[in-house]
Design a protein. Structure first.
Length: 202
């Protein structure tokens, strides 16, 4: 789950979170805790059109997720619904994924997953509401299935909050034949730090 511990717990140690609620992905990693400068960078990228930050953020992600990148076949960003994309003009997750693909040489598949349901903003929703909000929100279009089947997919997003969104994407990819799914984000809200009213997280 990429949860930081106060000291080295040894090889293959699992967090209580992973044991209590095993995720549909294999591993999750993040470059930074969602606070301070990291939080400012996420918000600048997402809401102030600072796409110039994406390559720098991707460098941090590449260090944190070196093992995941080394084993991945393709990179897939968490998609926006087309209406939200039209308003925002870009997808911050795709900007990060494109930069990671350029740095790693991996194939970048921004159209491999579509958000087919216009979901509510996750801000202000409790954990179970977030999960319900993104249920059935994603699909792999028929023309992308051949690109996914049998491959290890690295899903890229800007922030891991409760994991509801990336879990929904991972389930969708695995239903369409992905051999495994890993998750790499720039920042992570630590377990216990999440609040339903947390501003500007996803």
């Amino acid at each position: 789950m990429g949860t930081p511990f106060t000291h080295d717990m040894g090889e293959d140690f699992l967090s209580a979170e992973a044991i209590a609620d095993p995720p549909p992905f294999e591993r999750a990693r993040a470059a930074a805790v969602y606070s301070g400068v990291a939080r400012q960078m996420v918000q600048a990228l997402k809401y102030s059109d600072r796409t110039d930050l994406a390559p720098w953020m991707a460098l941090w992600m590449a260090r944190a997720g070196a093992e995941l990148l080394g084993e991945a076949d393709v990179i897939v960003p968490v998609p926006l619904h087309w209406r939200r994309f039209f308003r925002r003009k870009f997808n911050q997750s795709a900007e990060l994924g494109r930069a990671l693909a350029g740095q790693s040489g991996l194939r970048f598949l921004p159209q491999a997953v579509r958000r087919v349901k216009m979901t509510r903003q996750q801000v202000g929703l409790e954990r179970h509401q977030r999960e319900e909000n993104v249920r059935t929100a994603f699909q792999v279009p028929p023309e992308a299935e051949i690109e996914i089947a049998g491959r290890r997919v690295l899903v890229v997003d800007d922030v891991y909050t409760t994991g509801a969104t990336v879990k929904a994407v991972a389930k969708t990819l695995k239903r369409k034949g992905a051999s495994a799914v890993d998750v790499l984000t720039f920042a992570r809200v630590l377990p216990g730090d999440f609040r339903a009213d947390e501003s500007e997280t996803i």
